[in-house]
Design a binder for this molecule. Structure first.
Ligand SMILES: [Zn+2]
Length: 421
């Protein structure tokens, strides 16, 4: 296997669309570490986000370095080129040391029949009864099934290999972490499929440390998990068992772990995840993105005055453009338009009303998931406001930072590693 930069056992992916909350985000890692729940911070930003906001990947590196210097963080930290492909990776290579290679577009495109046959020939251990420790019943996998799965995923894995080698040539294998993501596709990958995919990744000599499968259920933006929690729990446990098995069987990096592209705030699966990670003594990478942007809005609304005013303006523009903003995210949002308050209603709200509707507190009867999801996908509106938005963030930095830190620490890191109570 090739060399690689080691990723710590627990790592937390943080998105920061406007690049002003690096310190507040890192502070959450500081607080978690003080409690014995060490999270390695990873700042992630996708090509799509950079394009929407008009930023360059080097700005994320600058933000991470500045936050680390300001807080005196002595542990590792990373900058993730999130969801990159061969055609988008180049501007990310210098400033990033974590690459999320997105091969979802190649899933389902058939691989060459000769490659599929060679794969199945090379892996007789995948055919028949496959016994994996900590999975109750052995997987029964026919040769035809191995070929079906290989046909569906082999081209995607070969693409990942091409992108990985492209980065290696420029950066050197020892200088970065590799993630392969398959989450942005139609159907979830089953644990036996994950095993076959990992065998193929090992064949490509990719020293993968995080893999992001698509899990069962809906991972809508900024709101809780929608789906069958016991089924998720069963698959998550089986995925952990498959990963432990594949590390030993195929010589993959011992640090290989699941990456959960959460879409932020999947609170109801944190406890089943925590229990499973403990059972397997496994690490995890949890990737969040829009949750910090929403905390900025909450902080501005809480500040009142011109902060609340700009938050209301952003909502008013969003609801006028609701179809346009929601279209690109159709598969990852469930907005009930009947539950969206009118701009006039929101314009009459107090700070407390705006904050209650937006903050992800399911115990608060005023919390409105449709309102929250619409604002989640409306960050372009704030980007359009340019300096006016950024100046508001600076002016109200204290109250915004307080919300950003408390959200990551109290609602995400503590439940994930320490349990609720
Ligand atoms: Zn993703």
């Amino acid at each position: 296997m090739n060399k690689y930069l080691l990723l710590g056992k627990f790592s937390f992916g943080m998105g920061d669309r406007f690049a002003h909350q690096g310190k507040a985000q890192l502070q959450a890692c500081v607080l978690a570490t003080e409690l014995g729940a060490e999270f390695i911070p990873v700042w992630n930003k996708s090509n799509r986000e950079h394009t929407f906001i008009g930023t360059e990947p080097s700005s994320l590196r600058a933000e991470a370095d500045a936050a680390v210097a300001a807080l005196g963080w002595k542990k590792p930290y990373h900058v993730d080129a999130d969801h990159i492909r061969l055609e988008t990776v180049d501007r990310f290579i210098a400033p990033s040391d974590f690459f999320t290679i997105d091969v979802a577009d190649s899933i389902g495109k058939p691989a060459s029949p000769a490659d599929v046959k060679a794969f199945a020939d090379r892996h007789p251990e995948l055919t028949g009864s496959v016994t994996i420790p900590h999975i109750d019943h052995p997987f029964t996998i026919t040769r035809a099934e191995v070929e079906r799965v290989a046909n569906k995923f082999l081209l995607a894995v070969q693409d990942a290999g091409k992108i990985y080698r492209h980065i290696t040539v420029v950066k050197g294998a020892a200088n970065f972490i590799t993630e392969v993501s398959m989450d942005e596709t139609d159907s979830p990958q089953t644990p036996p499929e994950l095993l076959i995919i990992l065998a193929a990744i090992a064949d490509e000599q990719i020293p993968i440390q995080t893999i992001a499968p698509k899990f069962t259920g809906r991972f809508n933006k900024g709101v809780d998990y929608v789906g069958d929690v016991p089924q998720f729990e069963k698959e998550f446990n089986e995925d952990l068992a498959v990963i432990a098995y594949a590390i030993a069987k195929y010589g993959l990096p011992p640090s290989l772990k699941l990456s959960v592209h959460s879409g932020s705030d999947k609170f109801s699966i944190y406890e089943p995840m925590r229990k499973a990670l403990k059972k397997f003594n496994a690490g995890v990478h949890i990737k969040t993105a829009g949750t910090t942007w929403l905390e900025e809005l909450i902080g501005l609304a809480e500040a009142g005055g011109d902060g609340l005013e700009i938050a209301k303006e952003i909502y008013a523009y969003s609801i006028e453009h609701v179809d346009e903003f929601c279209a690109p995210y159709a598969t990852v949002i469930d907005i009930d338009k009947a539950k969206l308050p009118s701009a006039a209603t929101v314009n009459g709200w107090t700070s407390q009303q705006f904050v209650s509707a937006l903050r992800h507190d399911q115990k608060n009867p005023e919390y409105n998931p449709s309102f929250r999801q619409l604002l989640h996908v409306s960050f372009k509106v704030a980007a359009k406001k340019g300096d006016r938005y950024l100046n508001a963030l600076k002016k109200h930095e204290a109250v915004v930072a307080k919300n950003v830190t408390a959200n990551l620490f109290e609602r995400h890191m503590k439940p994930l590693l320490l349990g609720k109570a």
